[in-house]
Ligand binder design. Structure first.
Ligand SMILES: [Mn+2]
Length: 333
């Protein structure tokens, strides 16, 4: 069941005391990132976990399958659990707008007695017992920083590095429109607390494998341009993965190449996960809202970046999505 999001979200100062009580009275807190976790989701979960452990709490960090191996550089990554023990009664979620983001862990989140939902997606469905959602924040990591400060938890270099990675990658290395005065000030504060910006940049954007770059080459070589380059799309098929010696995690970043093209208004990358399951990543420029490409298919995200999953073979997903994309571009003429 989907819960309608409130028109006005609770403010940090309204939820900090209940969150403090939850943390102090729980035997164990589970920090859960979303499926196909990115550095904002997992970095926020790790930062929160490390900070709480340092003040004596028992905290686990869990991700739905599969383990996001490209994030192994995040401090504490070696503690991340995938599969295994139940989530338990107290679950904190990070950067997850809907219950659909929890993959095989969804039922456990639905049945947990306390769920603290911390996010920055406007489309968040308020599935938590407590919902700390700030759509003005550039990253969930920014919300976590504010919460940790309110809780009086120390921002160690490991915490700062995780939060910096969250903020840095969710702003595309401070290039996306969600880069604000506040996020840049926070970046400086995190560097002062021990995050190394050059190292995080190296790990997030300059540590790609040969297979990743080969796969990107294949996807770019067969990119389609429609409507005078306003609609740009490509695909990653299982055959392409085999050809490049890559797996689907290596497709991360291809969408950035598509969205770097000057004429682009909608860029879409189609990913064939199995014969009858596919996913899309979508990026847009003003005035087109990326969520409008994805919500007809049960997906969501942000105005500039969104995604969706399909229980359809790739060609069917492509036909359905491209129809929506062409119509959106047409309506902006
Ligand atoms: Mn995020």
């Amino acid at each position: 069941m989907t819960v309608a999001a409130p028109a006005v979200w609770p403010r940090l100062e309204d939820v900090v005391d209940p969150i403090r009580t939850i943390v102090q009275t729980s035997d164990q807190v589970t920090c859960l990132a979303h499926k196909d976790a990115d550095a904002d989701s997992l970095g926020s979960a790790l930062a929160f976990a490390i900070a709480l452990r340092s003040i004596g709490q028992r905290v686990r960090v869990v991700v739905p399958e599969p383990l996001p191996r490209l994030l192994e550089y995040l401090p504490g990554f070696e503690t991340v659990e995938v599969g295994g023990a139940p989530l338990g009664d107290t679950v904190f979620t990070f950067d997850c707008a809907t219950l659909g983001r929890f993959g095989e862990r969804r039922a456990e989140v639905e049945h947990a007695s306390i769920v603290v939902n911390i996010d920055h997606h406007l489309s968040n469905t308020a599935f938590g017992t407590i919902n700390l959602v700030d759509a003005a924040a550039s990253a969930t990591g920014q919300v976590i920083y504010g919460l940790l400060r309110e809780l009086g938890a120390p921002i160690s270099p490991a915490v700062a590095t995780n939060l910096y990675a969250a903020l840095f990658t969710d702003t595309g290395g401070f290039r996306h429109e969600n880069t604000t005065e506040e996020s840049l000030r926070l970046a400086a504060a995190l560097v002062a607390a021990g995050a190394d910006p050059g190292w995080v940049a190296l790990k997030s954007y300059k540590s790609r494998s040969l297979a990743q770059v080969r796969l990107e080459g294949l996807a770019i070589a067969q990119m389609h341009s429609e409507m005078n380059g306003r609609l740009l799309w490509s695909e990653v098929t299982i055959a392409m993965l085999e050809h490049a010696g890559a797996d689907m995690q290596d497709a991360e970043g291809i969408i950035d190449a598509l969205q770097s093209i000057d004429t682009m208004q909608i860029a879409i990358l189609f990913k064939q996960h199995t014969a009858d399951r596919s996913k899309i990543s979508v990026r847009t420029r003003e005035p087109i809202d990326a969520t409008e490409v994805c919500t007809p298919f049960g997906g969501g995200g942000h105005r500039r970046a969104a995604g969706a999953e399909f229980g359809d073979p790739l060609p069917i997903a492509e036909r359905r999505v491209l129809e929506v994309a062409r119509r959106l571009i047409d309506s902006t003429r």
